[in-house]
Design a binder for this molecule. Structure first.
Ligand code: IMP
Length: 199
């Protein structure tokens, strides 16, 4: 196996993926860089299932001997809201609604809720389908809580309202390298790197 094609068009994700999975003799491409266009319906009920759906859809469209394909799915689980928005994180309140509004709405739904009940986590699942048809999936999480107001300019999505106890700030207030060190995606990618060893 000397090539990985990752089912994302997101350049920030690709940078992190390359940083963590790169090794000599291994080429890592995004779907776009590999010239593949796929519209995949993510209708799974878990992050793992969605990552698998995407990875298998991509694997089907690639018949190259030494190529593995990978896909990720991620989102925010808020315990007090029965783990909402969960697999609907990107679609919560509609894809076109700004995160400023989504974040305000989530804070509003937690009005009056004490800190110990505001626990939340980012989750990332990464699925791989190998050239021999076998597959695996890894999961990484970062635990935190939902703050009382958005803060920070870094990151994206729900970062401004997701606070990490250890640093007493939101993940949007952490420098990107530090967030990658702690992040759900970083952890799932490092777990995948272990699975790739020796393949
Ligand atoms: P996807 O895995 O790229 O489809 O991301 C799903 C959604 O989860 C994103 O659109 C964000 O709303 C949310 N999300 C996933 N990871 C993060 C993160 O690290 N920070 C903030 N939001 C995130």
């Amino acid at each position: 196996m000397d090539r990985i094609i990752f089912a994302t068009g997101n350049q920030d994700k690709m940078r992190e993926i390359r940083e963590i999975l790169s090794e000599p003799g291994m080429e890592i491409l995004s779907m776009k860089e590999a010239g593949i266009e796929l519209d995949i319906v993510e209708d799974g009920t878990s992050f793992e299932e969605n990552a698998m759906i995407k990875a298998f859809a991509l694997a089907k469209s690639i018949q190259e001997e030494h190529t593995a394909v990978m896909a990720d799915d991620s989102g925010l689980e808020i315990d007090y809201l029965n783990k909402e928005p969960g697999v609907y994180s990107a679609r919560y309140m509609g894809e076109d609604t700004s995160y400023e509004i989504k974040n305000q709405q989530l804070i509003k739904r937690l009005e009056g809720v004490p800190k110990e009940q505001r626990t939340a986590r980012f989750v990332c699942a990464i699925a791989a389908v190998f050239p021999d048809g076998t597959s695996c999936v890894t999961r990484g999480t970062i635990e935190g809580y939902i703050g009382w107001e958005p803060a920070g300019e870094n990151g994206f999505g729900y970062d401004p309202i997701f606070y990490v106890e250890e640093y007493q700030c939101s993940t949007a207030q952490l420098p990107p390298e530090q967030k990658n060190q702690l992040s759900h995606r970083g952890k799932a990618l490092r777990a995948m790197r272990e699975k790739l060893a020796g393949r």
